[in-house]
Write a protein of this length. Structure first.
Length: 301
């Protein structure tokens, strides 16, 4: 049993844990036990959101690349269910310790639903209505199957209204904004910038317009959900969803040659945002982005 758990953990976390390193595995399991202890201490606070733990399995399942290979086994669904049961065992124990037996049944049902429903999306091409000036909107959403995560924004609004928790509704804004910002983490080739009809400031502004239009498309379900539940006051904050995608584009071209620095500086910017200092540097980063684009285009000239 211990060997099975070790194998499954190493398979799932192979990108983060070195192979055959027992010390790292032990440290990870100790950290996991500490996380479990904290969850148990705060379960009364997290109880209404505890079924969201199943999203851990959902996200992992959606991004698996071996589903078609597993289908060669007639009992592939049972194999997956057993694997996910092992991954979910700490959560099930948490429910059992707090006498939430109904949650155990619902959680196990959700795992089965993910296994049955999600593979139907594999191999299907989804036509997105995105503007193609930035092709990474289509590429990123198709590659990462982001459309499966889009209902999460509606789910947060529904639960927020059910439990009268405005923080969950605010969280739906962050989810929508994050999904809209993901395409701009990708980088087009230098040739695409050089051959563009737009130059410098025009190219950057065209990226802004494309991001706003495409973000609006992904935000429509959230807007509809807010209208259905009559959360009219939150509709005024919809424009804030476009802020992170636009900021990410500015940082992208400010640090176009270093993607890692782009991500670090964006993270620092967001952390410092409550202090108000970050806002001052936006005009300077905008000018830096324009200069970067011009420099790339002038090389070809």
């Amino acid at each position: 049993m211990i060997q099975l758990i070790q194998t499954l953990v190493l398979i799932r976390l192979r990108k983060f844990l070195p192979p055959m390193d027992k010390l790292t595995l032990i440290l990870f399991l100790c950290g996991y036990l500490l996380f479990f202890f904290c969850l148990n201490k705060k379960f009364n606070v997290l109880r209404n959101y505890s079924l969201l733990f199943s999203l851990d399995i959902f996200f992992y399942h959606v991004n698996r690349k071996d589903i078609e290979l597993l289908k060669l086994n007639k009992k592939w669904k049972l194999v997956l269910y057993g694997e996910y049961f092992v991954y979910s065992f700490p959560y099930l124990v948490l429910f059992f310790m707090n006498k939430e037996y109904l949650f155990i049944i619902i959680y196990l049902f959700l795992i089965a639903a993910y296994i049955i429903a999600v593979p139907e999306f594999y191999g299907k091409t989804i036509k997105y209505p995105f503007k193609l000036f930035d092709p990474f909107w289509n590429i990123c959403w198709r590659k990462n199957k982001l459309i499966l995560f889009l209902p999460l924004t509606i789910f947060l609004v529904v639960v927020g209204d059910l439990y009268n928790n405005e923080n969950l509704i605010i969280a739906s804004f962050f989810v929508a904004s994050f999904l809209s910002a993901l395409p701009s983490f990708q980088r087009e080739a230098y040739e695409n910038i050089k051959m563009s009809y737009y130059s410098g400031k025009g190219y950057l502004n065209k990226q802004f317009k494309t991001a706003i239009t495409n973000s609006l498309i992904t935000t429509v379900p959230l807007i509809i959900a807010l209208m259905v539940f009559q959360k009219w006051e939150f509709l005024c904050f919809i424009p804030l969803i476009f802020a992170i995608p636009i900021l990410n584009i500015i940082f992208k071209y400010s640090y176009f040659n270093n993607q890692f620095l782009h991500q670090i500086m964006l993270a620092v910017f967001l952390v410092m945002l409550p202090l108000g200092i970050s806002v001052v540097i936006i005009p300077f980063l905008y000018l830096k982005s324009v200069k970067t684009i011009k420099a790339i285009q002038n090389v070809s000239n």
